[in-house]
Design a protein around this ligand. Sequence first.
Ligand code: FUB
Length: 324
Amino acid sequence: MSKQRKPLVTNIFTADPSAHVFDGKIYIYPSHDLAHECEDNDNGDQYAMEDYHILSMDDIDAPCVDNGEALHMKDVPWVDKQMWAPDVAYKNGTYYLYFPARDKKGEFHIGVATSKNPVGPFKAEENYIPGSYSIDPCVLMDDDGTGYIYFGGLWGGQLEKWQSGSFNPNEPDPDVNGPAIGPRVATLSDDMLTFKEGPSEIQILDENGEPLKASDEDRRYFEGPWMHKYNGKYYFSYSTGTTHYIVYAVGDSPKGPFTYKGRILEPVLGWTTHHSIVEYQGKWYLFYHDCELSNGVNHKRCVKFTELKYNEDGTIQTIKPYEE
Ligand code: FUB
């Protein structure tokens, strides 16, 4: 029985799924939402997660298993709170878990933890990756073995505060008529633990080759990046945040620029939307979340998946999450 478009697990709340295939099995690296009572705010204080649980499925129709706690913030010396959306990468027999969290000064940075097992337990490095900031890391291991890490999120994710190159809590918002703030990309070092190059800002362009504007909230970057390759092209997808779409842009190189192409997922129940895209046995799947399990409570989310289809010209068919 396919679990498509149903909560993958119901014993815990999960969100921000990063799906990967390792040795023929599907592994999902989500955030672990906690069921505390609190008010929502634009700073994201309601997302007070403390640990990670990794989910797995033997195949796309198999039951989804919660493999238990893989990393807790008490075991990460630099972290104070809010372990948000993670991703994983595999290289030379080791799994690298990349995760954002607030440090003791209240700044978001990105840490890395390693394990020989895809479901952990993971052991974190003492400090965050030097030069990292903001939230929502995702990693592409390119065909030549180079790792690229993408990250950044507006509002609670603090990306606006890094416009000068260092953290400025009083940084004014960008001019709405100017270019949107872009996500960041860095090249990972050969040992996957530091940045070899970058971070630099990614450009997302409209159909005329102009950078998307900050006022273009239906299309500009907000948070939740994902990168995958299809027919040799780089597909950079992300959440538009305030307008609640998952959209994508396509380019010829891992660092862009990328040209906006369209919507992948229409809004789901709940404020946030966050996804990943993975190929499994010749089909493509979108992993995403909504708030069905809590009847719409923003910080009590559940991970789901559905099939994703391309058109002949390489564009992606838009998914309406509650219509077949
Ligand atoms: O889960 C906390 C935050 O909510 C993530 O970092 C964002 O992408 C949004 O899903």
